[in-house]
Design a protein around this ligand. Sequence first.
Ligand SMILES: Cc1cc2nc3c(=O)[nH]c(=O)nc-3n(C[C@H](O)[C@H](O)[C@H](O)COP(=O)(O)OP(=O)(O)OC[C@H]3O[C@@H](n4cnc5c(N)ncnc54)[C@H](O)[C@@H]3O)c2cc1C
Length: 505
Amino acid sequence: MGLVAAALLQRRGIRTLVVEADAGYCTGSRAICLSRRSMEILGWIGADAAIGAIGLPWVGGRSYFRDREVLHFTMPSDAGERFAPMVNVQQYHVEEAAAKAFEGAGGTILRSTRVVDLRNHADGVDVDVEDEAGRRTTLRAGWLVACDGGRSTVRERLGLRMHGTQYEGRYVIVDIEQESAREVERLAWFDPPSNPGSTLLMHRQPGNVWRIDYQIADDEDAVEAVKPENVLPRVRSHLEMIGETAPWKPLWISLYDAKCLTLDDYRHGRVLFAGDAAHLVPIFGVRGLNSGLDDAGNLAWKLAAVIDGSQPGALLDSYTAERRHAARENIAYGAKSTEFMAPPHFGFRLMRDAALRLALDEPAVRSLINPRQSTPIAYPCRPDDDGTGALVGRPAPEARIAHPSLTHLSQCFGDGYVALVFGDGPVDLQGTDARVVRVVPVAPLTASGAPSTERVIDAAGEARARYLAADGTVVLVRPDGYVARRRDHPPVASARIPGRQVAPA
Ligand SMILES: Cc1cc2nc3c(=O)[nH]c(=O)nc-3n(C[C@H](O)[C@H](O)[C@H](O)COP(=O)(O)OP(=O)(O)OC[C@H]3O[C@@H](n4cnc5c(N)ncnc54)[C@H](O)[C@@H]3O)c2cc1C
């Protein structure tokens, strides 16, 4: 996610250098499920098309208890959506697309170079880096965004600790190559005949690759558990059970244990933490990379505004407040999913198995076993928030629109502030530097009628419905696609909206 943060900063005119310990992109089993929100963020740096061209979109999944299906879930989606709710693509493809976007915007990546130490000053950071040959240099930066992952050197050198929970359940993660005509969906088995007592997940990836995760017994030795002679028979047994008979070969085998940890503060002087360096969430529910990309989206415009002097440094306080809140919500969801996948004690397992057994015949129970996949987190907002429409602190809803070059409202976001003005009526927008987008039900008669505003056509009324908007509603959307302010039916005099304010944290 560091490359995405860097690309967002670089596109905002902030000269950014990426220091990367590796020579290339990540290897092994890493993230594969990208959320719709992540695709939107990747769209802001122009990387969505490359990923969309490779990725496998999906909308739902199935869970089985032993050999019987207990749940078939689908996520909200319809044919006209810009992105599917989820896209499966290997993390190295995402890194490559982000690197190209960053370099294309004029950014530089210093590869095979490791950050080894740093010193925070009032007006910048001295960063000691070491190349492959062991040569040390000190780089001087105005700000350092630490995106150096779960074992962050920056976090360690600043003496910071994350707080939270580490789960004892362990999973073997195996990526295999095998041709298959099976639908792309999330598949989960609890106590399957192929691997009795275990929980097993399967996901398809581009290039005929399958991700298979299975839980190992508490008393199983970790070193033994990842040996091919112990892994391959379990995989074979499962593939046979589900009727996948094509030849296959393993690509990667690793061990995973779930952690729910976050730093208390994501800003330390001139150093800002993002992604796994700031928080670790379990892989179940796919919130790791997805939430890291949301960190990048939240941080980049704020940091750019502070650096270019258009905002005071205090704006960055809202970064910790909002993203730590998101991390805690993600951790709560991730913990629930983890406990369902690998019950932490006997009582929990008893209840989980009872829910699974009941779900066989009782559709009402099935919602209890529905795995909640990653969605963008709403930030704390007004006490009068009733949870509907486009409200302050929530991601601005998506809607299909007609426009010469746009198909969806979300394509208007990700750059500066956007004031969505519903209808063609008069509104006083003096004092805002937001880009004004008029949302109107029909196309204007002449294209030359309104040089200072832009119109998008909401012919089916989807935007109005999703924003709970009427003529005169003004919704101010932040550069990261979150609602900053809204005014409904305002008298003209009070429709003035500030151009550069964030939702209260
Ligand atoms: C098996 C598995 C499956 C997962 N599935 C999903 C999923 O489907 N969806 C999802 O959203 N998340 C998933 N995740 C989580 C996801 O992989 C991480 O959350 C994500 O990689 C975090 O991104 P990051 O950029 O913060 O850290 P990283 O991806 O770890 O990147 C850190 C970068 O910093 C570099 N670095 C480290 N130390 C230094 C240093 N000292 N100097 C310079 N460079 C340094 C590293 O080389 C690396 O390139 C999964 C994780 C695992 C293990």
